[in-house]
Design a protein around this ligand. Sequence first.
Ligand SMILES: [Zn+2]
Length: 266
Amino acid sequence: MPQKVENYYNYIYAGRIHSRRHRRRKRIGVWILTLFIILLIALLFYIVFTKKQPKSVPANAGGSAISVSEPAEEADTSSRATESAEPSHTTRIIDGRTYIDGILVVNKSYPLPATYDPGLDPEALSAFYRMQKDASDDGLFLYITSGYRSYAEQVAQYNIHVQNKGKDYADKVSARPGFSEHQSGLSMDINSTEDSFANTEEARWIAENCVKYGFIVRFPKDKEYITGYAYEPWHIRYVGIQNAEKISESGLCLEEYLGIKSVYAD
Ligand SMILES: [Zn+2]
């Protein structure tokens, strides 16, 4: 083969080797990049998953806290998927008291121990005073008819009703001892406890404004079958401003909001 032609073939051959090597190097580069992306995704999943794990349980001053999960919370992954439809709740029992999402629950399903004797909550009381002042600026006088009621006082009140008209009647108009929200120190009856109170300016003002001070009207109209109590426009419950706003915006009563019932066991 003439020298020139041979050189030419050598040139072509070298070029082929070169491009083959180049392609191989390129392929290895793609593999490394893919591997790197897979590792990165795995790392991301790991971070997200470990962050989602145990929710921190706030330390409570003196009191044996037991964390109890609602059935809806058992499968964390499934509850996350259906979060928008069915929010999960955190239930904690502290010395016989039930807190759901941090809210102390007292109703026909969740009693307080007879020994729980906190008196009227100072934060709730000062919130009431702020509300009372603003109502008076609007020309209305609000006052507490019934605030804190101890277990012993509830025993006396309930028994009077039982003696007068029997247990069925007593259950209609009064809470059984341990089941009254007034024992929590977070509830108040404002002004009158007569049904006619519903048609007063004061009742309208409370319904419209109590949320701003951290209260909810605890037993709303048309929710009797859920709360276990007839409409009580005078009975307000302190839950803090944030909770009150959320509950109010939801349009639900507390039982619906927390996904619980209010029914005596017997
Ligand atoms: Zn009340």
